[in-house]
Design a protein around this ligand. Structure first.
Ligand code: BGC
Length: 739
């Protein structure tokens, strides 16, 4: 590409009038930019989202097109995908999303969401990967590459510091430079620098007093100048607030939720601002260059020159056609779902249940019956199908097992107002969801509960399938706390008292407080919104056809108040003082006082006991770790790499996979540093009795911290410990060495 591409861009730019350019840099539909018919330049067609390609809307209204031709494969949410800790699977999952997007005729798929999970109650956590920047980077890079193989653009979102839904458009974030660079930016940097992602979406919130979608520091300073990014930057829908600021920032395209496209900040008002001399046309040209570059990169357009040097735009030449709803896609989705299941607890080997011996089974809980694809906000999709857990169990067990279902608790029905929430999403704000909403038990709920309790006493095999749903894991709203809704805690406690062998399954997009009943349960499985084959994967895991290998990609604290954001910071924000009110267009502000101490970095440092630690996840088999040793070796760049190996053996009876995790810490951790941090991992599949060597290579960059004075990453000399284990807390070997 290179020079040839830039020549084509320059040529097209010269042909465009100011009006035409303006047309290209803002929404001309809810999910497309304006086209330039005169030059045969098509619009850029975009679609959400991270769990599959969203259904079609009318161009200028949020009315679903209501077609039967936009059903798609329902992919695992990023939080599910992250629990696989499997880079190859992430690439495959990306390929599915990319091919489906292309198959549906899209140019940009608005995914993946890679924000840091700073608080366990953020409504959109299910769309994000992890609390750890290294894990996010390692998984999002193959995912993006997978997507973009299909001749579409991925769009990493939401840049940056978009870590809560509460007042998401009006909360200003202040954070130390160090935490910004070490925690909140690495995922985006990896997306830009390693995956060469073709587009980035700005965030709704403000950073240092300016909305992210028109923020010079973030977009111009960091993304364009420091990272030398030449892809397209698009606003979140309604994320722009000022014509001149947006025009003068590195934002390329303004999108919004309203149908008054000509009135967008970067539409007629910008045309006028250029005419008035407030904005230089050169600013617009920069945006056009980035948009055209993306169009060329995804092969939406090409320019063919004749002998006189005159160019003609050709559309979709040699471009992959994509495909959706293929058997291959479903196979990958099932693989990912299987690897995403986390076995949290399995006392006395309660699991797996034995298929041949199970003649009667009681399944309790609304999530056994529930399908989730159509919820969550912009991540909603119209799934070709979705196997619920109960369906998965029935498909697996067949006609010789009598399965009884008892709902156990009730999810109150929502009144539908006929409107799409997104139409009003710019009015959103202060609402927060009370996670314990179900504590008021009505008569019907009481009946469901006693019915379940009565049955539970009569069955040997009982599975409870509860957790959250997209009333809780939802865009635009955070949960108030981590409690299970709909009175589930009490119900599970009572059920376990009548049937202590009951297996508990939690399906949720974020951590839930299990402390009141978890000690009573023998077996607990956790699973996210894992896509159309969720029920199949779960049933296969319960019955041992699949050996669980998922690992938590975030800590499960005991309660929300244990979290660093609440103890070291003023989550969800404080009122603006008079000075701040003058300085920024915000409702509240928040200083991330927790700095780098996000997730496990906080719990470990401050000795806060947790329910389940980062990286936790059991297996039906057992593993033994052997010798762990390492040394410095010279690398080809003239630097050195600390290379270490550990042996791991499957000592149990099932074939299974273990994620060997490598953490680095200082021998005597300094007050300002984390005790240890994830620096490597490898998922190894082992037949019983088989041993493998797992290697980790730490480049010098692994020892670097962001030096605020120098404004750069600097490697720190000192005495270090490299840990190897099956989770943050389950360490099986360590090496003491110096850097
Ligand atoms: C969300 C984005 C989404 C966009 C378009 C916004 O509400 O924050 O993630 O891509 O809408 O639907």
């Amino acid at each position: 590409m290179g020079d040839e591409t830039e020549k084509k861009i320059t040529y097209l730019l010269q042909q465009l009038t100011l009006r035409e350019k303006i047309n290209m840099i803002h929404g001309g539909g809810l999910f497309r930019t304006g086209e330039v018919e005169r030059l045969l330049l098509p619009p850029l067609k975009m679609s959400d989202g991270p769990m599959g390609v969203r259904h079609e809307f009318e161009n200028a209204s949020w009315t679903p097109a209501c077609d039967t031709d936009d059903y798609v494969s329902y992919c695992p949410s990023n939080s599910s995908l992250a629990m696989t800790w499997n880079r190859t699977l992430c690439e495959k999952a990306g390929t599915v999303l990319g091919e489906e997007a292309r198959g549906r005729g899209k140019d940009v798929i608005l995914a993946p969401g890679i924000n840091i999970k700073r608080v366990p109650v953020c409504g959109r956590n299910f769309e994000y990967f992890s609390e750890d920047p290294y894990l996010i980077s390692e998984l999002c890079v193959p995912f993006i590459k997978g997507v973009e193989q299909a001749d579409v653009a991925a769009c990493v979102k939401h840049f940056a510091l978009n870590n809560q839904e509460y007042e998401r458009r009006w909360v200003n974030i202040e954070v130390s430079k160090r935490a910004l660079y070490e925690i909140y930016l690495p995922g985006f940097f990896a997306a830009v620098n390693k995956a060469h992602v073709r587009s980035v979406m700005g965030a709704y919130n403000l950073y240092e007093g300016e909305h992210c979608c028109q923020n010079q520091t973030l977009l111009d300073g960091i993304v364009r100048k420091e990272w030398k990014y030449d892809g397209m930057i698009v606003s979140d829908w309604g994320g722009v607030h000022d014509t001149v600021k947006a025009a003068q920032s590195a934002l390329d395209v303004e999108m919004s939720v309203k149908a008054n496209f000509d009135e967008y900040f970067m539409a007629n008002p910008l045309y006028d601002a250029v005419q008035d001399g407030q904005v230089d046309e050169a600013e617009i040209d920069k945006k056009i260059r980035n948009i055209l570059r993306l169009m060329l990169r995804v092969r939406l357009i090409d320019v063919e020159f004749n002998e006189n040097g005159q160019g003609t735009v050709v559309v979709n030449k040699d471009r992959k056609a994509g495909s959706f709803n293929t058997a291959k896609h479903r196979e990958i989705i099932l693989d990912a779902a299987r690897e995403s299941v986390v076995l949290l607890k399995n006392d006395s080997n309660r699991l797996p249940l034995v298929l041949e011996r199970t003649k009667k089974l009681l399944v309790i809980g609304d999530n056994a019956m529930k399908v989730h694809a159509a919820g969550g906000g912009s991540a909603e999709i119209k799934a070709l199908y979705e196997i619920s857990p109960l369906l998965g169990l029935k498909c697996l067990l067949g006609g010789n097992c009598e399965i009884t279902f008892a709902r156990g608790y009730e999810v109150p029905k929502k009144e539908k107002d006929g409107q799409n929430w997104q139409e009003n999403s710019l009015n959103d704000g202060k609402e927060r969801k009370d996670g314990a909403s179900g504590s008021k038990v009505c008569a019907r709920a009481e009946k469901l509960r006693s019915e379940a309790l009565e049955l539970a006493a009569q069955f040997d095999d009982v599975i409870f399938i509860g957790g959250l749903n997209h009333e809780e894991d939802l865009e635009g709203r955070d949960r108030e706390n981590m409690s299970l809704p709909y009175g589930q805690d009490e119900l599970i406690r009572q059920l376990l008292s009548v049937n202590p062998n009951m297996v508990v399954v939690m399906i949720a997009g974020s951590p839930v407080d299990m402390t009141s009943w978890e000690p009573l349960a023998k077996a607990v499985l956790f699973m996210g919104y894992a896509g159309m084959e969720c029920g199949t994967a779960l049933a296969q895991t319960i019955f041992g056809i699949v050996n669980p290998s998922g690992k938590l990609a975030e800590t499960f604290p005991k309660t929300l108040s244990d979290c660093g954001a609440l103890n070291l910071s003023d989550f969800p924000g404080r009122a603006l003082d008079e000075q701040e009110k003058k300085r920024m267009n915000a409702h509240l502000t928040q200083t991330y006082g927790d700095g780098i101490f996000v997730g496990y970095r906080y719990y470990e440092k401050y000795h806060v006991p947790v329910q389940y630690c980062f990286g936790h996840g059991l297996s039906y088999t057992t593993f033994e770790y052997g010798n762990f040793c390492g040394e410095w070796v010279k690398n080809e760049n003239g630097g050195r790499t600390f290379t270490a190996c550990i042996d791991i053996k499957n000592t149990g009876q099932y074939a299974g996979a273990q994620v060997v995790q490598f953490y680095l810490g200082e021998e005597c951790p300094k007050a300002e540093n984390a005790v240890k941090e994830l620096k490597g991992f490898e998922k190894v599949f082992l037949e019983p009795g088989v041993e493998k060597k797992v290697k980790v290579c730490l480049e010098e960059a692994a020892f670097a911290r962001y030096d605020e004075e120098k404004g750069s990453f600097e490697a720190e000399e000192g005495a270090y410990i490299l840990y190897a284990g099956s989770s943050l807390n389950d360490i099986h070997g360590n090496i003491h060495f110096s850097f």
